[in-house]
Write a protein that binds this ligand. Structure first.
Ligand code: S3P
Length: 448
């Protein structure tokens, strides 16, 4: 196989999967690794971040942290990043580029807001279309100057930080990125910052702050943080072993889940309950799942292994409070719906329209091209599965979105004819070795 992961070229993914029993180790969790990179700006000494490989989003955030004055070194194996931060932050340039990383842009906006500096946060075409009013509103209320230089509340995001005051803020939608942005600003604020989220989004920021002993409490839907005042706290630097990314693991688990005779085990994967809702959904669809949390790994995040054994799947309904825990896995659930028996319905997920692309439209279009019946709603979709996928060779548009590319690649393993996944290189945003790992699982992937 040529190396599609290194290029944005299309790949042809052949149907079927030869490996019956495969083991996968996913790359470092990108949510956690990016938080560690950003929060290393608050640490004295050397922060060491270790994981099984970092995706492009982590590299973008590392470069941004460097542009804010830190030294970041990646070891030759690509599995360890070492960060030494200056005291405070000392931007090397006014413009800070975040590539495709929404987490990087939103969290850094919060951190920078607490310092007397001015930066302009920019990114690639996809990031420049993401809504940023959701972070500008609370940061302005805290006292930062935030200007959205793009049309309709889009980036570039100009942040001029300074003295902040704590706020009481109810998030309009469950968003770990917005919650984390406010908490990072809250660290440097005078007084208490209280954030209420309407649903249980991922809590990696809260867990990290608690490891450092920050005065943060979580009670019901409210998270409260007593601010340190300007220029914020300093935490001791340390070494972190980042769990494997559950959201990357999900593609490989899905590969094993839908056909009797297949089995996939993922090792060293993060099992934070706010991230691993996909396991419950797979179980609801009929897959057999065994999981074990190990003692090794995080002293702050649960880590373990999961094994899935394939079964014939049935349709499932995913809505309401289930959504935040599977937000990144919804495209994958929708494509699995195409090979399940019955209808799979996803509702209350309008957020999918403002991810790296409009994921509801992208999934609906791809599935329709494959002849699958799909009904699209503002906040989700319904996919009618017939227990199998009978398709002709079909080109799938990914809109440069890693999760769309990986979801359809998995679907190819259940198809009757190849899927051509366009712009396949985007998978490396979160899963740097995705295509090679797929091949190691017994799938056939060719340059198209
Ligand atoms: C992320 C939170 C989620 C998720 C994204 C990463 C994070 O976004 O979709 O891939 O690292 O906090 P929202 O919090 O905006 O839903």
């Amino acid at each position: 196989m040529s190396s599609p992961a290194a290029s944005p070229e299309a790949v042809r993914v052949l149907p079927g999967m030869r490996g019956a029993e495969v083991v996968v180790v996913p790359p470092a969790d990108k949510s956690i690794a990016q938080r560690l990179l950003i929060m290393s700006l608050l640490c004295r000494g050397e922060t060491v971040i270790r994981g099984a490989g970092f995706g492009a989003d982590c590299h973008s955030t590392a470069a941004a942290v460097e542009a804010l004055g830190a030294q970041v070194q990646l070891d030759r194996s690509g599995t360890t990043m070492r960060v030494r931060a200056p005291e405070g932050i000392a931007p090397r340039s006014r413009e800070i580029y975040l590539g495709n990383s929404g987490t990087g842009m939103r969290l850094l906006a919060g951190l920078v807001a607490g310092y007397p500096v001015e930066v302009v946060l920019t990114g690639d075409d996809s990031l420049m279309r993401r809504p940023m009013t959701r972070v500008a509103v609370p940061l302005r209320r805290m006292g930062a100057e935030v200007e959205l230089l793009g049309a309709g509340g889009r980036p570039p995001l100009r942040v001029r930080g300074g003295r902040l005051k704590g706020i009481r803020y109810e998030l309009p939608v469950a968003s770990a990125q917005v919650k984390s942005c406010i908490l990072l600003a809250g660290l440097a604020a005078e007084g208490e910052t209280a954030v209420r989220e309407p649903g249980p989004s991922r809590d990696h920021t809260e867990r990290l702050l608690q490891v450092w002993g920050a005065p943060l409490t979580c009670a019901g839907e409210w998270i409260r943080l007593r601010g340190y005042g300007g220029p914020g706290p300093y935490f001791p630097a340390r070494r972190w072993d980042v769990p494997g990314d559950f959201s990357s693991a999900a593609y490989f688990l899905a590969l094993g889940a839908g056909a009797p005779g297949r089995a996939v085990t993922v090792r060293s994967v993060g099992l934070n309950p706010r991230r691993s809702g996909f396991l419950e959904i797979l179980a609801m669809m009929g897959a057999r799942i065994v999981r074990q949390e190990g003692a090794a790994g995080g002293d702050w995040e649960p880590v373990g292994w999961v094994r899935v054994e394939g079964q014939r799947l049935t349709g499932v309904e995913v809505a309401g409070s289930l959504i935040p825990g599977v937000i990144d896995e919804l495209p994958l659930i929708a494509v699995l719906g195409a090979i399940a028996e019955g209808v799979t319905v996803i509702r209350d997920a309008a957020e999918l329209r403002v991810k790296e692309c409009d994921r509801i439209a992208a999934v609906a279009e791809g599935l329709r091209r494959l002849g699958v019946e799909v009904e699209e709603f503002n906040d989700g979709l319904a996919v009618t599965g017939r227990g199998e996928l009978r398709n002709a060779e079909t080109e799938i548009e990914t809109f440069g979105d890693h999760r769309i590319a990986m979801s359809f690649a998995v679907l190819a393993s259940y198809a009757s004819a190849p899927l051509i996944v366009k712009g396949a290189g985007c998978a490396e945003v979160s899963c740097p070795d995705f295509w090679r790992t797929l091949v190691s699982c017994g799938m056939r992937v060719e340059s198209a």
